[in-house]
Write a protein that binds this ligand. Structure first.
Ligand code: ATP
Length: 251
């Protein structure tokens, strides 16, 4: 995926200012930056929640026309949210099943009557979901309502739901925010395992620079809507503009 000269304005506010970068197939790509840098806005552009004021998004070698989020999802881009967006009253299993919605084709009529096509599809969806549940080690809470789970596990269920969609690109919005050290380590391991096992391309945004350095192949650094760094964790760590931005040196 390629972002070409993306600018995003909200009235007079320039949230993103002429930013270009790419996400290569199979990599773990991080977008980091201080508060208000424009990271969430960028993720919302990638996932189709926002349309850029200027610039182009290229996906699989073609320019992507303006699309609704569900159309972007159908093209294989799944995401999680900064504030967990799960159905609290539903079980873990049912929540993860909702991740399969983009893959369901059988009509409502045949589904209601449990006809052949719908039944085969349900079985296939169920198998995929069970695989993800095993993979993320949440078998023992499959039947637990999400509302009763601690925060770290909710985040893992959200990851499971996104993964159930079998995305080519998985977008993670601050997957480790609000977690304790142990939960952060677990989440990092799962993210790397997903990348290894399924070959899923991962793009995550994070506020905390430390967390993503071990995890990412390449990092984009944003500050005040601009790109101030782009490269391997080592390159970015030694970039003076990045160091200044994180130390709060005035512009
Ligand atoms: N819907 C909106 N309407 C108006 N301004 C917005 C909107 N969304 C974001 N902004 C502004 O755009 C800028 C970038 O915000 P954004 O949320 O993308 O940053 P961020 O890097 O994700 O920050 P954080 O780390 O705090 O989540 C900020 O100045 C913010 O106030």
């Amino acid at each position: 995926m390629e972002m070409k000269n993306i600018t995003l304005r909200f009235g007079g506010v320039v949230a993103i200012n002429d930013i270009s970068f790419d996400i290569r197939e199979g990599e773990v790509r991080a977008i980091i930056g201080p508060n208000g840098a424009g990271k969430s806005s960028m993720l919302n552009i990638i996932s189709g929640f926002y349309t850029p004021s200027e610039g182009e998004v290229w996906y699989k070698g073609a320019k992507r026309p303006p699309m609704k989020p569900f159309e972007v999802a159908r093209m294989g881009v799944a995401r999680t949210f900064q504030n967990i967006a799960l159905f609290e009253g539903m079980t873990v299993l049912d929540n993860v099943m909702t991740g399969r919605l983009t893959h369901m084709h059988a009509g409502v009529f045949s589904q209601a009557l449990w006809f052949g096509k719908a039944r085969a599809e349900e079985m296939e969806n169920r198998e995929k979901v069970e695989r993800v549940i095993d993979f993320l080690e949440i078998q023992n809470i499959r039947k637990t309502p999400v509302g009763r789970l601690p925060y770290g596990l909710k985040k893992r269920v959200e990851l499971a739901r996104a993964l159930a969609a079998e995305p080519s690109i998985l977008l993670l919005d601050e997957p480790m925010a609000g977690m304790n050290v142990e939960e952060k380590e677990d989440m990092s391991r799962f993210i790397l395992d997903v990348n290894d096992e399924f070959g899923t391309t991962i793009c995550l945004i994070e506020h905390d620079m430390g967390v993503v350095m071990d995890l990412s192949d390449r990092v984009v650094v944003m500050d005040y809507g601009k790109k101030i760094g782009d490269g391997t964790p080592d390159e970015v760590r030694n970039n003076q503009d990045v160091i200044d931005a994180y130390l709060g040196v005035p512009h």
